[in-house]
Design a protein around this ligand. Sequence first.
Ligand SMILES: C[S@@+](CC[C@H](N)C(=O)[O-])C[C@H]1O[C@@H](n2cnc3c(N)ncnc32)[C@H](O)[C@@H]1O
Length: 267
Amino acid sequence: MLAALRKYLILPKLIRLSWSAPKNRTMAWDRYWAGIARTGARSDVLWDSGTDHELLGYRDVLQRHFDPSLPVVDVGCGHGAFSRALTAFSPQVLGVDVSANAVARARDESAGVEGVSYLARDMTEPGAASGLVGSTDANVFVRGVLHVLTPADQAALMENLRQLVGARGTVFLAETNFQGNPVEYVAHLGASLRSIPAPLELAIRTLPMPGHFGPQELARVMPRDRWTLVEDGAATIETNPLMDAGGNSRIPGYFAVLKAKDPDAGR
Ligand SMILES: C[S@@+](CC[C@H](N)C(=O)[O-])C[C@H]1O[C@@H](n2cnc3c(N)ncnc32)[C@H](O)[C@@H]1O
């Protein structure tokens, strides 16, 4: 019992570290990406495993549901690791992120990669889907974005995705769905009173506290008259291997595949 409570001794330290994180979420994300020195192997980024192993785990689902003739929009693309890997599934991939610094970094890292481009845009803003991929429908890939948004922004994002996918496109989402409070979450990722892995500390210092996103959260932002849930299930979100102090660079997650219902009504 006492041992189980010990992890809560870290709480004052967490509060102190997160104190200076900008309250404006767009500013927080842009500042976060401005401070990233390394990605890939030995990355500063908490959710960057440095490999395409997680994406390969989604390959069968993507091949089952993505029409390969459509472009793919990677919503909340960050430094573009998944956007680049998604060129294996589509000849045209567009990574979109609210942070101009993320987009600049993604562009730099994608020099010489065919078929991928980037754009800075807040995908929760009304009309954000307009003009992204011209007049065609698109497939949408979302990893680790909904769980960092407020419920109102999640609903706004979903409405924009509906416009993007139209009649032929499909949404694939994979999100962190850790069942536990923030102290249990950071403890899972290797934080203790003695030390906090550097990529985790950077996220705590800079970013809003994330939530989790699973079937219940999806049901709240997926009106049944607007979306069809085609397939869903458990996923494993692979994070930075530096998080492995306690053997936990993996976070329980959730994936879902969605099609828009009556899409023309959303245009
Ligand atoms: C946890 S990161 C995941 C990045 C990337 N999808 C990956 O898995 O490597 C969340 C990303 O969503 C972006 N983001 C947050 N809010 C957004 C919004 N309203 N519109 C577009 N991107 C957003 C952040 O800048 C950040 O790059």
